[in-house]
Each structure stands twice: as C-alpha cells, then as structure tokens.
Design a protein around this ligand. Structure first.
Ligand code: ADP
Length: 267
C-alpha cells in the first residue's frame, strides 16, 4: 500500500511505499465491526489529510491486522499479528506514480526484488532531472531478514531498527552505526533509534550525532513510536533542517506520542 501526504497544489510531496496494518488496541472502547477494517483505515487516512490516490486496492488477501495489548504501567506492548496474504505493492503498480510530484519517497523494506526495481526507476528519474527536481530516497530496514539488507545501499537516508541492530549483535545505536555504516552508499545518512535511549545518526561527514529521548510524564503507549520518529525525521530533513535538528525533532515528537493513546493531539 502506498499513500502520499497532502500538500498545496503544485507543491512536491512525500510518498510512502509500504503496507498499512490495522492495530486493534485492547483498551479501545469500540471495536471495528467485522470486515470494516479497510474502510476504517481509508477513513482514518482521509481524516488526517493523507492522500491515498496511489493506494493499490488488492482484489485478494485480507487487511493485515494486529491485536495489541498495552501494558498500562509501562506503555510497552505485546503484539499478536494475524499476518495475511495481502500482496505487496509491485514495481508495475509503482510505474503509475508520476515521480515529478514528489520531493521524497520513503520505502519500508518488504519485498526486496520489486522494491529494487522501483528504486531503479527513481534513480533513472533522478539522473534525467534537474538538481532541484530530484527525488530524495529513504529506506527503512526494520526486519532482520537477509534479503532486505541490500536495500540499505539504496537510500540517501537509511533507518535501521534496534531489532535489526541487536540481530547483528550490537548493543547500542552508536555501535550499530559504526558496524553497519559500510553497507550504505557514500554520501548517505544512517539513523538508528533506540527506544528510551533516543536515537543516533551518522551523516556523510562521518560524524556521529545523538539525541536523547524525550520521555513523557506518563508512558501511555509506545506503539508506532518508531514510525512517528521516522516520519518526523523525514519531515524535518525534507524542510532542509540539519541532521542534529531532525534527530532531536524526531525524538521530541516520538516522545510526545508515547505519552498519548494513538496519534490524536501529537502536535
Ligand atoms: P519502535 O519500537 O516503535 O520501532 P523505537 O524503539 O525505535 O520505536 O523508538 C523510536 C523513538 O521513539 C526513540 O528514538 C525515542 O525517541 C522514542 N521512544 C520510544 N520509546 C520511548 C520511551 N519509552 N520513552 C521515550 N521515548 C521513547
């Protein structure tokens, strides 16, 4: 599934390539009616001003759905994922996207071979485009799956998860950045968030930057903190802010998210 953030007419936007999963949190007062999951997600996107024009509506498979049990005292979560057979977005689907409308495309690493072909297309577009019209590419590798790792070499901004870092045996974000930096392209930026320890990044100059986390007064719900962090960092970098500023902004917004249930009232 792909969605694009809304913006003023003529303004280039940010496109996300990935998959949307419906999380049912155990503390909700209402439960989505049976088979209402797709319309629930579509309505939620609309309410938040996310343009879903490029969403690929699949004719087979079900919406992935997760039941999440949030620990009321710590905000940590246990997720029971009903992983379904919903097909991923393909390179053919991606052909229909007019790349000139976008200043940034974010890829959530999932179906590596198809995404490599999508990335090839964006790179071809960038080679032919004037410098101010190029699309910046970010890639998030969250799951420690071998076939996803080459995608780390395809983004100008690459996010790796604590999970992935720990899978490689790293015990902190700086350690992971030092160990995995060789996998990204030259001139790229590697970013690793580490829950309550905040986040670290290394930019093209090789300097390590860090932001502490911004813990809320009460930890309510950490579900989606990582995605919130990524979105806030991309937003800040796309506005031309420095890596340090973007990292601090990401941690500040993600911290705020941890203090509320869901995402309403995050900013
Ligand atoms: P996820 O597990 O959802 O991928 P991460 O653990 O990567 O999330 O955290 C992303 C960001 O969210 C962190 O860099 C931090 O800024 C914020 N964050 C996550 N957990 C906490 C927490 N317990 N307290 C404060 N901030 C947090």
């Amino acid at each position: 599934m792909a969605a694009r953030a809304g913006g003023a007419a003529g303004e280039r936007r940010i496109l996300c390539v990935g998959l949307v999963c419906l999380d049912i949190i155990s503390v909700v007062e209402t439960f989505p009616a049976e088979d209402s999951d797709t319309s629930f997600i579509a309505a939620d996107f609309q309410r938040r001003g996310v343009d879903t024009a490029h969403v690929v509506w699949q004719t087979r498979g079900d919406v992935p759905c997760a039941c999440c049990i949030v620990n009321a005292s710590s905000g940590s979560r246990t997720i029971v994922l009903h992983d379904t057979n919903l097909p991923d977005v393909t390179a053919r689907d991606f052909e229909r996207v007019d790349l000139s409308q976008y200043k940034w495309i974010h890829f959530e690493a999932r179906n590596a071979a198809e995404q490599e072909a999508m990335l090839d297309r964006v790179e071809r577009h960038n080679r032919a485009a004037a410098p101010g019209q190029r699309v910046r590419i970010s890639v998030e590798v969250e799951k420690p799956r071998e076939e996803l790792l080459p995608l780390m070499g395809r983004g100008q901004v690459v996010f790796i998860s604590k999970d992935l870092a720990q899978h490689f045996g790293y015990r902190s974000a700086p350690e992971a950045l030092r160990g995995l930096r060789g996998r990204i392209q030259s001139g790229a930026t590697l970013i690793c968030a580490w829950a309550e320890e905040g986040a670290d990044a290394v930019g093209p100059d090789g300097k390590l930057v860090h932001s502490d986390a911004f813990p809320p007064e009460t930890l309510v719900d950490t579900l989606g903190a990582g995605d919130t962090f990524n979105a806030a960092v991309i937003f800040a970098l796309a506005e031309g802010r420095t890596l340090q500023d973007a990292l601090t902004f990401g941690c500040r917004i993600a911290g705020r998210k941890c203090g509320i249930q869901g995402f309403d009232g995050i900013i």
